[in-house]
Write a new protein. Structure first.
Length: 126
């Protein structure tokens, strides 16, 4: 049987920034961070009060209303989690973030594309 590594046993913690502090990250994603070796360093939302409240509740160190500012000031992040809404045409509504070390994770299903380049037309869902 494989050895299970719990949050408290991790040798290294991952420093994470979160862009988007709406219902889904608040109810589903951010609460799960406590079970992994993750430190929520910064939160960002266009509603600064929401970003501040989310940071307070989930142990974030700082909150921002502008993701450019967050990325500029938080240069030591290991990862950025982006959870935002969609455009009416189905394209994700998240910011273009320059890659530093690795490729960003994609969204699910037919929306899987590179985070920085989206087609002008929406592909079929079938």
């Amino acid at each position: 049987m494989e050895h299970v590594l719990y949050n408290i046993n991790a040798e290294r913690r991952i420093r994470v920034g979160a862009i988007g502090c709406g219902w889904h990250p608040y109810m589903n994603l951010l609460p799960s961070f406590r079970y992994a070796p993750i430190d929520l360093v910064a939160t960002c939302d266009i509603d600064l009060k929401r970003a501040q409240e989310t940071a307070r509740i989930f142990g974030g160190e700082r909150a921002y209303a502008d993701y450019h500012e967050m990325l500029e000031k938080e240069r030591d992040l290991d990862a950025v989690v982006i959870v935002t809404n969609y455009h009416p045409d189905g394209r994700p509504r998240y910011p273009e973030i320059p890659r530093r070390r690795s490729r960003p994770a994609s969204t699910s299903g037919w929306r899987s594309r590179r985070a920085t380049r989206w087609p002008t037309s929406t592909p079929s869902r079938h």
